[in-house]
Design a protein around this ligand. Sequence first.
Ligand code: HEC
Ligand code: HEC
Length: 250
Amino acid sequence: MARLLLAAVAVTIVLAWAAYRWETWPPPVVRGHRLALSLGCGGCHDLAGGPGAPNPGSREGRVPGWGGGNAMMYFPEPGDVAAWIRDGAPKTYRDSAGFQAQQQQQALTMLAYGGRLSSRALADLTAFVEAVAETRAPADGAPAEGYAVAARTGCFHCHGPGGLGGIDNPGSFAGYIPGWHGRAYRALVRSRDELVAWIRDGRTERTDANPIARYFLRRQQLHMPAYRDHLKAAEIDALVAYIEALNLEE
Ligand code: HEC
Ligand code: HEC
């Protein structure tokens, strides 16, 4: 009898652990961000996409940013971002005498990370860099407006580039601030009203009423701010349009 009970407890623990891992498994952009931090990319690049470290001897004087329109110049072809990270530059650059000569003159050069990365890690890093570079940001319409509102209001600082998965959040259920799509998002947002409530009030009635959700929301270090007094109704509509478009893609 005691053995049976012990087995039942063990199975329950394993199932609960598996359910927790399933529910909170971080999306590629979150994994890519953690990799970028641990691999030292931030020693030379600005992980938010701006110009990187000063780079004496280089043409621009600084390590190039991933954002700010540099995507078109440095990685016009699919696969180019992965090639920069894996090989230190795409083949067209590595074969160019001008690029090689330029690299000889500057203090900092891009490093080949291929030997350190599994193909999964390379894909995660690529997803992170592309999100920072805004290569898939909506081009026009209400979703593009919503993207711009999110960028200037500071949402991406917490929810990650494009709102695709955010920074670590000690004490939270998932361990990181969820993005605006995927399982973690759908657990917190079941309707347009709930989405608006998160943005306006920083909370929803459903999470307030659920003791487990309340426990985690209260003990986590970073909280969702209430933007009620800081955003116009039209800005919230635009944010909703962007977030809904993100979820249609899945
Ligand atoms: C020692 C400094 C250094 C480190 C560390 C470094 N880079 Fe670079 N990276 C550069 C420089 C400099 C360039 C510009 C090309 C050149 O001159 O070699 C560059 C170019 C790039 C480019 C293409 C140009 C651009 O910025 O849009 C990407 C993408 C990139 N790096 C990603 C990464 C990632 C991801 C990591 C971490 C895994 C990383 N880099 C680590 C220095 C560095
Ligand atoms: C200071 C960090 C911070 C900022 C800035 C921030 N949020 Fe949040 N947001 C959070 C946290 C923390 C949660 C709670 C998630 C949880 O329970 O783990 C959250 C939850 C949400 C949710 C619920 C669902 C989900 O998957 O994230 C939405 C939607 C949301 N925020 C939208 C926004 C929008 C839109 C902005 C900008 C106007 C914004 N947030 C700015 C920290 C932030």
